[in-house]
Design a protein around this ligand. Structure first.
Ligand SMILES: O=P(O)(O)O[C@@H]1[C@@H](OP(=O)(O)O)[C@H](OP(=O)(O)O)[C@H](O)[C@H](OP(=O)(O)O)[C@H]1OP(=O)(O)O
Ligand SMILES: Nc1ncnc2c1ncn2[C@@H]1O[C@H](COP(=O)(O)OP(=O)(O)O)[C@@H](O)[C@H]1O
Length: 373
């Protein structure tokens, strides 16, 4: 018997007349295949995963197990429809706190249609994607038996300001999680959930080290699902802190190029989580938009990371140089985010001269979005 997942925090939801994922009791998660290339993309990605020698075993564990596709009764009542059959990541968790973090400052693949790009660009601008390199697509934080979960609506979660996103990363591991965002989070579970050799930070760092090398895939609009169980943490037990990569409808071939969008967003997330571990009590709640932006520009992690790559001279630099001259747009995009008032124009002129598809992207970003400074 298939039912609606109890702990879904983002994405399309099953309901009356609504197509969304379903779960069974044996621990399988059925995600309906989108009829267009998104469904085909995701199947192709999962099908290639286990046999792809470029993905080491210790990285394979970050993906849900894939059990193929199956025709099942769709949740919207439209009859039998092919679904991806995946491991149900919430199986065995009683009251999990879950956060869906969509990684990347840009969430559309290069092949996307103009209409789809506009839709994504709007969401990227209106969320923290453009400024932080990631956004919270949805979340639930377990509070207590009496209070249940704090689960802001999907749209509300996505519209959180950059400061609020940082605050939510703290609330996620706090014991004083009331409904309002004004209370100062105590970060009581930061060290057990984010920290330690098996904690979230350590897992994110492992993923990062792979993304520093891998050039097989570019994962647009992919999410990191972050999970743990507060009740276990309270009992002094292992809280089951875990990250998993999900949503591969917009995977694109890497063609020998580093996935800078994903890597940049991942570094940014790592930076904020590291900060929580090093300074769990330093929580600035009120910061003016301008100060916030300054802070991001100077200290956003995406930038810092690129700086450190540059300084470390480890091949990424050469890569970035190639990317710049080969009109890839990634580096320029980073520049755009970093120094919107310098250098970018020259670069964009070069790019425009080369007249490829990426220029159009940059134009969109430039013409209509030069308020990011
Ligand atoms: O339609 P919406 O507004 O729910 O958008 C979906 C997004 O939900 P959101 O509201 O941004 O959380 C949804 O985002 P999340 O997975 O929820 O982060 C996807 O971006 C989805 O696109 P696709 O199926 O991956 O191509 C988006 O679906 P499409 O409408 O583009 O198919
Ligand atoms: N394998 C899984 N097991 C459990 N929950 C999942 C799994 N995959 C996704 N989810 C839940 O469903 C949500 C949406 O998943 P996603 O693949 O992004 O769908 P969509 O393409 O509709 O956006 C996630 O935020 C998560 O809560």
């Amino acid at each position: 018997m298939l039912k609606v997942p109890q702990h879904q925090v983002a994405g399309h939801e099953a309901g009356i007349g609504k197509l969304g994922p379903l779960v069974d009791e044996s621990g399988r998660f059925y995600k309906p295949l989108q009829g267009d290339e998104r469904g085909a993309n995701e199947v192709a990605f999962y099908s290639s995963l286990s046999t792809n020698s470029g993905i080491p075993e210790h990285i394979q564990r970050f993906f849900p197990t894939f059990y193929g596709t199956q025709l099942v009764e769709a949740s919207d009542g439209s009859g039998l429809l092919p679904h991806l059959v995946l491991e149900d990541l919430a199986l065995g968790r009683v009251n999990p706190s879950i956060m869906d973090v969509k990684i990347g400052s840009r969430t559309w693949a290069p092949e996307a249609s103009e209409k789809y790009i506009q839709k994504c660009l709007k969401k990227d601008r209106e969320s923290s994607s453009l400024s932080l390199g990631f956004r919270i697509s949805g979340l639930q934080i377990y509070r207590s038996k009496e209070l249940g979960f704090w689960k802001p609506g999907k749209k509300a979660a996505q519209k959180l300001s950059t400061e609020k996103v940082k605050l939510v990363l703290r609330r996620f591991v706090s014991s004083n999680t009331l409904n309002d965002l004004d209370s100062r989070p105590d970060c009581a579970f930061a060290s057990t959930v984010y920290g330690g050799s098996t904690g979230i930070l350590s897992q994110l760092l492992e993923l990062k080290s792979w993304f520093e090398d891998q050039t097989i895939f570019h994962l647009y609009s992919c999410s990191i699902l972050v999970m743990f169980e507060k009740e276990l943490a309270l009992k002094g037990k292992n809280p089951g802190a875990q990250i998993k990569l999900i949503d591969f409808a917009h995977v694109y071939e890497g063609r020998g190029v580093i996935d800078h969008y994903f890597l940049g967003g991942l570094c940014s997330l790592i930076k904020f989580i590291s900060e929580i571990l090093t300074a769990p009590n330093e929580c600035r709640i009120e910061v003016s938009a301008k100060a916030d932006q300054k802070n991001l520009t100077a200290d956003n992690g995406v930038v810092a990371d690129h700086k450190s790559h540059t300084a470390s001279d480890n091949g990424v630099v050469a890569d970035q140089k190639n990317l710049t001259v080969s009109d890839n747009g990634v580096v320029v995009d980073q520049k755009y985010l970093t120094n919107s008032d310098n250098g970018v124009v020259a670069d964009q002129k070069n790019l425009t001269a080369s007249n490829n598809g990426i220029i159009a992207d940059l134009k969109k970003l430039t013409d209509s979005d030069n308020g990011v400074s």
